[in-house]
Structures are given as C-alpha cells and as structure tokens.
Design a protein around this ligand. Structure first.
Ligand code: ATP
Ligand code: MG
Length: 652
C-alpha cells in the first residue's frame, strides 16, 4: 500500500515543502551545505509519484557521483518509490547511447577507452611531434578540456588564448589544434570512443535525430539535477537536449561548493538559472540541519573572506542543531606525527562507543592517505578509502568483473544474487574462506570479498537483482572510482566527500602548500581551494578537527605554515600570543622545491605547474583524471607502476 502523498512532506520545513510540492518546473534551489537540498529533491520526486503526478520511470534524477546516485535510489526506496532513474550524467548517457546507437549510427557501439594517452601518442606520431610521457599527459588533459568545454577545434586557438591555457605540452596553440583534430581521427580509425564522447555522441544523436530525441523526451518527462553548481558546459548541453525546450526541470546547488572548475564546472549555470528560465520558482534554504552551531560558525567564517562570483551568491547558514563540542586545531611536527595523532584520537572515539563508520578523515591529495592508512592499521582501526583509485584498478577486481559479466549473460533469473556471486567467484578458484597467508593473497581475497558484500547489499536493497544489475552497478562505481563500502573510518579526498556527512570529521594537512595546494597560483585557484575547505568542514555533524604538520618528514625543516584560510578562525581558537598562532601567512606562492608526493624525490623540469595540478586533483568521479595521476606517479616516482589498460564496454 502506498503511503499517503502528504506523509512524504512530514519532516520538511516550509521552504523544503515548497520545493517538494512545486511539481512543475522550472524550479531552482539555491542553498548552502546541509540545508537539505538533496532531501528536498528526493522528497519532491516521492511526492510527485505518490500524488500521481509523476510516473516513476519518467523521472531522471542526475547526480554527480555513482555513490550519490546509489544513495538517492536508496532514499527513494525508503520513501516507497521504485523505478526512478537516478544516475550520473555519464551513466545516463551511456545507457541511451548503447540503446540508440544501432538505429541511429548502425552496428555496435565502439569500445569505450578510459585512457587517452595511447591515442594521443598515436596522434603525435602522425604529426611527427616528439612526445614524451609528460607531453602526452598534458595533451591528453588539453583534449579533455576542449571536449568538456565544447570547444570547436577550428576555434581552439582563439578560445584557448582567451582562457589563458598557456602552451599545453610546451606546444604552440595552432599545433595543439592540429593535435586535437588528429586525436579524433585516431579514435575513428581505431573504432573507439573516449569518456567525453559518451556525452558528446549522445548529444549529437539527440541533436540530429528528431525521432530519437522524441523517444527520449517521451521517456523522460521530469528532470532533477543535484550539485548543479558543478555542471560543465558539455553536461549542460546534454541536459538542454534532454529537455528539448521543456521546463520540467528542478536544479539544486550551492555556488560556494563549486570544486570542479578544473573539469569545466561553472556555477554560472546555477546562478543564471532564473534568468535563463523566466518564471522559475526560486527557493532559498538557510537552515542548516546537518551540523552543530560550532561547525556552522566555522564554515561561515571560512567563507567570510571569500571573493568572486561564487562568494556573491553565498547564503549565511543558520544552525538548527543544539550546541556541540568546539572545533579543534592541532599542529603536529610532521606528517607521520599527524597521522599517528589523528589515528589515536579516532581510536579513542571508537573506544568511547562511536561507530568507525561515523568518522571520516579528509585530505587534499590522495598521496596523503598512505600515512593515515598505516597509522590506522597500527591503531587497529578499520578504514575504507573512498574515491581511492585503488579498488577498481586491482587486477583481481577487473578480472572478476569480466567474469561476472560473462556469467550474467547465461545466468538463470531467480537465484539469490549473493549466492550466485559467491558461486561464480569460487568456481574461478576464489574461495570463501580467508586465506591463512597474509600479504598480497590476503589483500586479493579481501577485494573480492568486498564484491560479495556489495552483491549481498544489492540483493537486500533491491530484491530480485540479477548479476547483470550487479555488473551495471560495478561499472558505474568503477567509472566513479567508488569502492564498495565496508564498515570503517572513511578516508577520502575533499572532492570525493562532496554531498556526504559524518558525525566526526578530521581535516588533515590544512597548511599552505596543501590547502591551498602549491599550484593554486591565480586568485581564482585559491578561491576554489577555500571552497574545498568549506566543503570539508560542512561534512561534519558535530565533531570537527583541523590539523597540519610543520614539516613533511620527521626531523625535516619546519617549512609548512597553517593554511591562510584559518586566519579568520584561529585567533579566537588558539591561545593569543602562541607562536605562529595569529600570524597571517603571506598569501604568496609556495617557492619550495617540487617533490613527488609519493616518494619525495625532486620532480624533474618536465613536470610543470599544470601537470602538478592535474596530478593532484583527486577528481574521483573522473577516471581520466585518475589516469593522469597514475601516469604522473609512474613517470616521476619509482614506487608506482602503470596500470593495465581497461575497457569497460563489451568487446563483442
Ligand atoms: P550538501 O550541500 O552538503 O549536499 P544538502 O543541502 O544536500 O547538503 P542534505 O544532505 O539533504 O543537505 O541534508 C543534510 C542533513 O540534514 C541530512 O542528514 C538530512 O537528513 C537532514 N535534514 C535535512 N532537512 C531536514 C529537516 N527538515 N529536518 C530534519 N533533518 C533534516
Ligand atoms: Mg546534497
């Protein structure tokens, strides 16, 4: 029996109710972190369905990460709604492309390659451009940029000049323009498509084939977009084509949380929404339901010095929750001491009865996770690396996905998914019992166990799920690089933590050089770093701990200063007169030697500013960015190896 539609509105405040009951678009929700944006749109969908206004499978809810999409599906199920499509842009487009490719283009969809480097290398070869790894990496990044920004190759020189792209890969812009064109030829010759092509091709088909566009628009009537502040021009174009001039759109976002500018994100779409959609219902939410007044106060003061477009749209948050513990600020001697200190505090929380899964440690660069991982292991605290590049790069996981996919074709429906997955894995020689050996064997077994846990979770959440559903979920997660959840402390980058919340959050490495990151040179870059800190702080429900290390290695020179973003905060928090306490660090560029964040070796001249930017941006949802990170590591650091080439579409 369906719950009464009005009961869906219980537990919403008047403004959230307005969002939930304004079932006709355009609707735009502008609101800060923790104000219940995601909750409001989820309840809006549920209200639409329960009141009979929406047919569930005609609703397309677009979110930014596979995890957010999964979470929205769960929240909807809890509200008694099944059948709504909640997906990432990429996953939604890929499904449509696979479906419409045969009738609009003919044949089967070309393989999707996740790595541009081999294609760029080939393009360089054809143009007789000398290309070392660093140049290939830079050019791959530039190719991606032109695609997410929808830059026509013929227009590239003008646009890139205006955007201050410099000399990508050390080449002049006309040469890069030729490279961008040749890259497309290489893909055509090899019959492959890349990550951005999934969106570009879907948009192209919708644009050129009125019959396909009509079918898609008939299927999807109501559109909802979460985290709209991070939409890229390419994603916006696809959204416009899905809508086809209709207004059944509800977007929610917070300009102060734009943290994907490097991937083409711009809050202009959000801020411009009321102008682009005359008559739009614009709702502002200011009550913060997530965090204590202490956390909210900290978040507000971090943003108090923000400048630029994002800052102008800022809304002060008003805390709703009762008072909690004050934020803590701790300076440690070095990275190891910081990791150990944080692990000890976490262990104490867990001993005091706090569940490990309600705690997170967030950092700016993925390289920072290693020290924390070992400190937590030493302290006997379980952890899970969220958005880490590791899980889906593991050979056994890739192999298992291929195996499960093969099996999905022949599997009989009805079987229990968890049982079936165990059977498939054990038939391949991966037993259910933990191996007695430690090391690599054990690790391999543990990653496969995580797949089994995921299968069980899926079977429980969505009874009747099949192996094909599991494979789809895995592919979605692998594209988003989200490993299945296990019970433990979450280790995540600031980027990967977007939209999520925990009781207690530790922000580590809040120092100059890490936050803002050393390569943030322009004022805009620095502002984005400030927003990252805001995103990090607002993940906490009650406990917020900020820390930094004075030097990188034990016994190293004291080279790091606390982040300039703490200036408006620390004078009240730290005892006055404490050394370094209230001194404002100069907003100058970091001039220290550039070292590899994995092995600490000095970086060669081939590693330039832009490369470091991409190398360090833990854009967890974007495989392409991760690939650059891995390549960068392998090129500059002896400690890492190049991952194998991964193809996620069917080779048949
Ligand atoms: P972010 O910008 O970080 O994505 P958000 O605006 O999407 O945040 P939600 O995640 O929807 O915020 O909500 C934050 C928390 O507040 C959640 O735990 C949610 O359940 C709770 N919450 C939201 N609205 C209410 C409400 N009216 N009453 C009680 N709790 C609420
Ligand atoms: Mg949200």
């Amino acid at each position: 029996s369906r719950p009464d539609a009005d009961s869906v509105l219980d537990g919403l405040d008047p403004e959230q109710r307005q969002v939930a009951t304004t079932l006709d678009g355009p609707v735009c929700v502008l609101a800060g972190a923790g104000t219940g944006k995601t909750r409001a749109i989820t309840h809006r969908i549920a209200y639409g369905v329960h009141s009979g206004a929406y047919v569930p499978n005609r609703v397309l809810a677009v979110t930014f990460t596979a995890r957010a999409a999964g979470e929205m599906r769960t929240r909807l199920r809890d509200l008694g709604v099944a059948g709504v499509q909640a997906r990432t842009f990429h996953a939604a487009a890929l499904r449509q492309l696979q479906f419409f490719w045969p009738q609009s283009i003919g044949g089967t969809l070309p393989n999707l390659v996740e790595h541009k480097a081999p294609l760029v290398a080939d393009a360089c070869n054809r143009l007789r451009i000398q290309a070392d790894r660093a140049r290939i990496r830079d050019l791959s990044a530039e190719v991606e940029w032109t695609k997410v920004m929808l830059v026509d190759p013929d227009d590239y020189v003008r646009v890139a000049t205006a955007a201050g792209r410099g000399e990508p890969g050390g080449l002049d812009l006309p040469t890069v323009a030729r490279l961008v064109r040749t890259y497309e030829d290489v893909k055509t010759d090899r019959a492959v498509i890349d990550f951005e092509d999934v969106l570009l091709l879907t948009a192209g088909i919708l644009d050129e084939r009125p019959d396909v566009a009509a079918t898609v628009r008939e299927q999807y009537r109501h559109f909802v977009v979460d985290e709209y502040q991070d939409v890229s021009p390419l994603q916006q174009r696809l959204l416009d084509l899905w809508l086809g001039g209709r207004q059944d759109l509800c977007v929610v976002g917070d300009a102060s949380q734009t943290i994907y500018s490097f991937a083409g994100a711009t809050p202009e779409h959000l801020l411009d929404f009321p102008r682009r959609h005359p008559g739009a219902t614009v709702v502002r939410l200011v009550r913060d339901y997530r965090s204590t007044p202490e956390v909210v106060g900290l978040a507000n003061s971090v943003l108090s010095l923000a400048t630029g477009l994002h800052a102008r749209a800022r809304l002060e948050l008003i805390a709703q929750r009762p008072s909690g513990p004050p934020p803590s600020f701790t300076a440690y001697d070095d990275d190891v001491a910081e990791a150990t200190g944080v692990a000890a505090r976490i262990a104490a929380e867990v001993r005091a009865g706090r569940s490990a899964k309600d705690i997170a440690v967030l950092f700016r660069t993925n390289g920072q996770s290693q020290a924390l991982e070992s400190a937590l292991a030493d302290a006997g605290v379980g952890y899970v690396v969220r958005g880490g590049e590791r899980f889906f790069s593991r050979k056994e996981v890739r192999d298992a996905i291929v195996l499960l996919r093969g099996q999905a074709r022949s599997a009989l429906p009805g079987h229990d998914l968890g049982t079936e997955t165990r059977a498939v894995l054990s038939a391949a020689g991966w037993g259910e019992k933990a191996p007695t050996a430690g090391g690599a064997t054990r690790e391999r077994w543990e990653s496969l166990q995580a797949l089994v846990v995921l299968a069980d979770e899926l079977a429980q959440k969505r009874p009747g799920s099949t192996l094909a559903d599991l494979v789809e979920e895995l592919v979605e997660r692998s594209q988003a690089q989200h490993a299945p959840t296990v019970d433990g402390v979450t280790l995540a980058s600031f980027h990967a933590a977007k939209g999520l919340e925990w009781d207690v959050v530790f922000l580590v490495g809040v120092s100059e050089g890490l936050l803002p990151i050393s390569f943030a040179e322009t004022p805009e870059d620095v502002e984005e770093e400030r927003r990252l800190l805001y995103v990090g702080i607002t993940r906490a429900r009650e406990g917020i701990h900020l820390s930094w290390a004075n030097s990188r290695t034990p016994g190293g020179r004291a080279t790091r200063k606390p982040s300039r973003f703490l200036d408006p905060i620390r004078p009240q928090a730290a005892p006055a007169g404490r050394r370094g306490g209230a001194a404002a660090p100069k907003p100058a560029k970091s001039t220290g030697p550039m070292t590899c964040r994995v092995c600490g070796a000095p970086l060669t001249a081939a590693v330039d500013r832009k490369l470091r930017r991409h190398a360090d941006c833990p854009a967890s949802y974007d495989e392409a960015v991760f690939e650059r990170l891995r390549e960068w590591r392998s090129a500059t650091c002896r400690a890492a190896e190049v991952p194998a080439y991964v193809v996620f579409t069917d080779a048949t």
